[in-house]
Design a protein around this ligand. Structure first.
Ligand SMILES: [Zn+2]
Length: 142
């Protein structure tokens, strides 16, 4: 096990619901281990990097394609009102982007929904997360 939670996930020491959703040379995306909401995806670099500013040029250049590929697949696979993208890298200091579906039943808009999200107000089951991961992965290959 590494000293970093995200490195442990990237190396397969911590399983995620449904497994890897997207991968390329620099980036990996999986359903969030915390299952904050169905279809909540975490996109992170393979390499241990703390902040966006620490990326190598090739990693930074490929981020846009990786992000857009996953977001488009989420839009196809999930019935969302919006998909939020945010990054903090505070408690887990390995750069990662939270790709958060906001469904019609989630009343908090924009940043006001973040505390409720992390309090698992809309948390989903392992099975729901697995099915979402499968649907998003399938949409990537379309
Ligand atoms: Zn790490």
């Amino acid at each position: 096990m590494a000293q970093c939670f995200t490195c442990d996930v990237n190396e397969g020491h911590i399983p995620t619901a449904g497994g890897v959703i997207y991968e390329d040379r620099n980036w990996l995306a999986e359903h969030g281990v915390d299952r904050l909401v169905r279809g909540y995806v975490v996109l992170k670099p393979r390499r241990h990097v703390h902040e966006l500013a620490d990326l190598e040029p090739e990693e930074a250049a490929s981020l846009g394609i990786a992000m857009q590929t996953v977001l488009r697949a989420m839009r196809m696979a999930l019935t969302t009102e919006r998909i939020y993208v945010c990054s903090f890298a505070e408690t887990v200091q390995h750069l990662h982007f939270h790709l958060i579906p906001r469904y019609a039943h989630m009343p908090g808009l924009g940043p006001t929904m973040i505390p409720d999200l992390f309090a698992e107000r809309w948390g989903c089951s392992q099975e729901e997360a697995e099915s979402a991961a499968k649907d998003i992965r399938a949409a990537i290959s379309i």
